[in-house]
Design a protein around this ligand. Structure first.
Ligand code: FAD
Length: 471
């Protein structure tokens, strides 16, 4: 298996595939990990996934917990009631740190990462994908996954459409030293932020400031801006360039929103920013990519290992593309709510009032944190297709049983069996489990694939998700 791109999506996917002993090579264009220290937020579902794979303890010391309020359009509200306190927070963490931790995890599990190697061409036939790297080396694999970011080469090589709205604004972001006293900066910044949402200058370590300022226009360029670009824009917005100098890193980002027409062409798939891009409002992009990876990993592994039921791999697009569509939509809504237009401000005031209703607050939180997702697995109880929370079970809690990325039958009536699927699905007979159902079958991504007490019906669903039994 070849993965193009060792960002958070590619690294997470590599680790998921390794859980199933699939040989994985990640080719990454850049020779060094990224230096741009944008702080990203891990939302509840991603924290749960990290716990499911035994990674949360490793990640927590590197981040800062903030309260789990909805973060919808930056409207500050207390968290709604009823959240599991174990995961009811947002973890602020520098993106390079989470990327490093995920890459280390993948490598520990046996993935191979080759840096300074970019995918340049792709060919495929019924059985193989041939990948040509920029240095001319040719590699062959059963599948290729493009986790190569918003400007994805793989997506372009496949000819997959990426329709949506082009960027209307662009922002410059970076870390640098400043040449004027902190008190003066604070006063000036407070004034400007009254009218400019996309502006800040705030301390980011000893003598260093994090700077965000609107760009002069939309360039859609990949290369980073220069210090002169920052000075010019700071002057234009603030009337002073704050004496900025000695940048640590400089970057730019736009507010384009695009969704790939297709997540799969034959043996080549797309995940993360390669499949969807949107502005960072609500902090959902990295979360979405990591969740794509957890949805896709076990399905691809099943295909490679030969036990995948027909069409299992197609459920990846069927399940994940609507989720991305919804994220794009909520981002559009949030963008409108941040506009200084009087009409938009009136709608914002109304929403602020509505969010005092716990149900409204919870609904928006579920959207942003991805704990409200329900995949369409057909008719059934509301829990079917949803993720199962980390309930208490015998000798511990549920997510502690999902570290190996296998399916799990949680059997409260203690008379069900996983029979010939025991090589792919674990069985916990536990009449004490804090679950309001006789039995549930969980997929490796923690979503509920079956609920009931009838063994024949269970066998049918085991076949549906995990293929034929071994005997
Ligand atoms: C200012 C800002 C703030 C953000 N805040 C948040 C937040 O709070 N929460 C959140 O969830 N998201 C946030 N995001 C979004 C998040 O950064 C992205 O969604 C995330 O990086 C996507 O991960 P990815 O692995 O899919 O793609 P990327 O991170 O773009 O990684 C793609 C990788 O592929 C490599 N690559 C590219 N081309 C090739 C090639 N041809 N061959 C091989 N390798 C290649 C690249 O070098 C890169 O390493 C923010 C984004 C910005 C700009």
């Amino acid at each position: 298996m070849i993965i193009a791109g060792c960002g958070p999506t590619g690294a997470m996917l590599a680790a998921e595939l390794r859980l199933h002993d699939v040989r994985v090579l990640v080719v990454e264009k850049e020779t060094e990990p990224p230096s741009a220290v944008r702080i990203v937020g891990l939302h509840i579902r991603s924290l749960e996934l990290m716990a499911m794979r035994g990674l949360l303890e490793r990640i927590l010391p590197h981040g800062r917990r903030r309260p789990a309020s909805a973060y919808f359009a930056a409207i500050p509200k207390p968290a709604p009631t009823g959240l599991d306190p174990r995961y009811a927070y947002l973890l602020g963490i520098p993106q390079p740190v989470i990327e490093r931790l995920l890459e280390e995890h993948a490598v520990e599990l046996g993935a191979q990462v080759r840096r300074g190697r970019a995918v340049a061409a792709v060919e495929q036939d019924d059985d193989w994908v041939t990948v040509e790297l920029a240095d001319g080396e040719r590699l062959r694999s059963r599948f290729l996954v493009g986790c190569d970011g918003g400007r994805s080469t793989v997506r372009k090589l496949l000819g997959v459409g990426f329709p949506g709205e082009p960027a209307r604004t662009e922002s410059l972001m970076g870390e640098m030293a400043v040449g004027i006293p902190p008190e003066e900066i604070a006063v000036r910044v407070a004034e400007i932020r009254e009218t400019h949402q996309r502006f800040w200058l705030r301390p980011a370590g000893v003598g260093v400031y994090s700077v965000l300022v609107p760009a002069a226009g939309v360039s859609d360029r990949a290369e980073p801006p220069t210090l002169d670009d920052f000075k010019r824009q700071l002057h234009a917005v603030a009337g002073t360039d704050f004496g900025v100098h000695s940048p640590r890193w400089l970057s730019r980002f736009g507010d384009a929103m695009r969704l790939a027409d297709s997540y799969r062409v034959g043996r080549v798939l797309l995940a993360g920013d390669a499949a969807h891009i949107h502005p960072p409002i609500g902090g959902q992009g990295l979360n979405l990519g990591v969740q794509d990876a957890v949805n896709l990993g076990w399905k691809l592994a099943a295909q490679v290992r030969g036990w995948a039921p027909e069409a299992l791999l197609d459920t990846y697009q069927a399940e994940r593309r609507p989720v991305a569509e919804d994220v794009l939509d909520n981002t559009r809504a949030q963008t409108q709510l941040l506009s200084t237009d009087p009409g938009a401000q009136a709608v914002r005031r109304l929403l602020i009032e509505l969010m005092d209703f716990d149900e409204v607050n919870l609904h928006l939180l579920k959207k942003i944190t991805a704990i409200g997702i329900r995949y369409d697995f057909g008719d059934g109880p509301d829990l079917l297709g949803r993720r199962l929370p980390d309930i208490d079970v015998k000798h511990g809690h549920l997510y502690g049983l999902l570290h190996h990325g296998r399916g799990l039958l949680l059997d409260r009536i203690e008379r069900l069996t996983v029979g010939g699927w025991s090589d792919r699905v674990d069985h916990l007979a536990d009449s004490t489990a804090a679950l309001d159902a006789p039995g549930v079958l969980l997929r490796p991504d923690g979503h509920v694939a079956w609920i009931g007490d009838d063994q024949r019906d269970l066998d049918h669903h085991l076949t549906r998700w995990f293929g034929r039994p071994v005997h």
